[in-house]
Design a protein around this ligand. Sequence first.
Ligand SMILES: [Zn+2]
Length: 447
Amino acid sequence: MTRSFAAFRGRVVTTLVLLALGAVYPMSPVAASPQSADTPLLLSDYSDPTNPDFVGPPGQKAWADPTSDEFVGPPRMIPFELMGQRVEGGSVARLSWTASEGFAGASVESPVVVVHGSRPGPVLCLVAAVHGDELNGVEIVRRISNTTDPMTLVGTVIAVPIVNPFGFSRDSRYLPDRRDLNRYFPGTAYGSVASRVAHSFFESIVGHCDHLVDFHTGSFERSNLPQIRADLRLPEVVAFTRGFGATPVLQSNGRRGMLRVAATAAGIPAVTFEVGAPRRLQGDAISFGVQAIETLLHSLGMTGDSPEWDTQQAVFYDSQWVRSNSGGLLINEVSLGDWVHAGQQLGRVVDPLNNREESITSPIPGRVLGMALNPVVLPGFAAYHVGAETSPQQAAIRDSGDESVEDTESDVEPLSEREHPRSPTPGEAVRADLVPPELDDVSDIDD
Ligand SMILES: [Zn+2]
């Protein structure tokens, strides 16, 4: 879906498209005149009583004198209704979602920006800060909602920059009760704090989306290469991931309670978009995310222009976390996004007390999709996330018979509730690809 709509800007081409669509506007293709610069046309000013349902091509603007035979006017757009409010076609509204009540009893609100286009189309939801300390997505969502022109937009963008206002205000990943909001969707009306906030958000916002992008970052001093995580077993999700330009895609089933999993289960194709590290704004990562969403808007037929990409989209059907087996200071030998071969040194852990050094190597060939930023690690700390270039068939073979292998985003469950696998004996070298899945719980690492 990378074809450019730039040509549609040409009036002659636009005319041909209108004819091809069977438009019945009384206009002459040859005698068409450009829009007058000093009389801007407002959507609310015009309508076509003979054909109120006419839908033009993406980005088609009203032009020409509305009293003339050449007039091409925008169609009437049905107002968008959200949380009891109406947003007119071709306009932007800033609404407010009540997430919960605070300790003082006052409502805790979060902004919801609705950009309602001038022609009917898909509803794309962009949400961030489900984990309150993950800031890059907040800025990406803000920029997209600020720069999207409702007069040329097809469809609707719903932008929620802060889904977890509790965590955001406290610089915390969690809700005040230490629960992870992204384990409680779609939630219930009478459950825990997290479950109620999730339920309110799902009912108020998510149910109105046709597609959903949920922005996250690495967690706990880890940074992620900008990447989409998606359940590629679902054809509609696969099709959705194709719209993000060259943004890498990582197969991930996800886990019950995650927003993207709950949305997809409700028939709304959804992905997690990982961008950078928590508790900071990273300019390059933010720019990448903005470009990816601009590309997505075009891919969904919502805007006329698309950014250019000079690389192809890579898909990783498998990935592995590589852990440190000793405590000390972590010195990275690779950078985010590097391609590595099996056995290549990713980093070293140096022990400042005994002056010992342990090398951490990649068990597989692949690309560094995530890595630790914190220089101090304990044995077991997940330091590098390597995406494997496997085919879907190979990934399926590796994963067959054990659902939890690829469930790298799972919650911590007490080990007593599981079957204990054989633990490595002290001093035994642990190859990450041989670690039993039950031991490879990386729940707090990701979205
Ligand atoms: Zn997150």
